[in-house]
Design a protein around this ligand. Structure first.
Ligand SMILES: [Zn+2]
Length: 259
């Protein structure tokens, strides 16, 4: 079952991309930009890079998990817990580690230079989901995931279940779609819904530096990094990326190295 889920993840990612692209073009939540074809094209090029890099780095994470299990490294390998508790705790701890890493990507200037490529998008839609600088992908997907899995003693089962939840959620969060009000309110008590995550893409720095959770919202609630805001009242992007030339692939890739 877990092997099947793991095999299906790339298909799930592409399927979700196509589904959300169709929905946001039939029922767009916010008005679409006039230059949306160019916007899709530029982000799509970066998305392919992110996808390929992720596929490669994913093998390093899987190798770390195998080594962790073999040598009984990490917290969960030191405890004798029932299997279901270990799986659940693994998922929660892994998401908490991702929350902490995301905090660092905003607070450490060097990491923010790369992470802001993702935040620079002034129009959120499905193509924004994988608009990441390769160095940002290496920090979040490789350095964190390798260190995190080893410290936690994460099992392959927890890792695959986490990915199966996180991948479709990542695509949904950035798409130009909206959950019905009541569903959004109830789900966002636990899950980082599209409405919840879009606040993280606000131009307003206090909002950008909030709503860090990838899958669960309770880390933000526990540590006070959240606030109430209606996504449609938000202006997306960053002030320093306010011209069209700032959204060209070449500029986005080289911008972290510029003064
Ligand atoms: Zn961020």
């Amino acid at each position: 079952m877990i092997e099947l889920l793991e095999t299906l993840q790339p298909i799930m990612l592409i399927g979700m991309f196509i589904l959300m692209y169709s929905i946001e073009n039939i029922f767009p939540y916010l008005q679409r930009p006039a230059n949306r074809k160019r916007h899709y094209r530029r982000n799509f090029i970066i998305s392919i890079l992110t996808f390929l890099l992720n596929a490669f780095l994913g093998t390093l994470v899987v190798l770390t998990i195998e080594l962790t299990a073999k040598f009984h490294w990490g917290l969960l390998n030191l405890l004798s817990l029932p299997a279901w508790v270990e799986i659940l705790l693994g998922i929660l701890l892994f998401d908490f580690g991702s929350y902490l890493t995301h905090n660092l990507q905003h607070k450490i200037g060097f990491l923010w230079r790369f992470h802001r490529v993702h935040h620079s998008d002034s129009h959120l839609n499905v193509s924004s989901s994988l608009r990441f600088h390769p160095v940002d992908v290496i920090v979040a997907q490789c350095i964190y995931q390798c260190i995190g899995t080893a410290l936690i003693g994460l099992s392959m089962t927890s890792f695959v279940i986490y990915g199966t939840i996180a991948i479709p959620l990542l695509i949904m969060q950035h798409s130009n779609v909206k959950f019905p009000g009541k569903l959004e309110r109830i789900l966002s008590l636990v899950i980082a819904t599209p409405g919840w995550h879009k606040i993280h893409h606000s131009k307003e720095r206090t909002q950008t530096d909030s709503h860090y959770g990838d899958v669960f919202t309770f880390w933000d609630r526990i540590f006070g990094t959240w606030g109430k805001m209606q996504p449609h009242q938000i202006q997306y992007g960053l002030d320093e990326f306010n011209e069209d030339k700032h959204h060209k692939v070449g500029y986005l890739m080289t911008s972290p190295f510029k003064k």
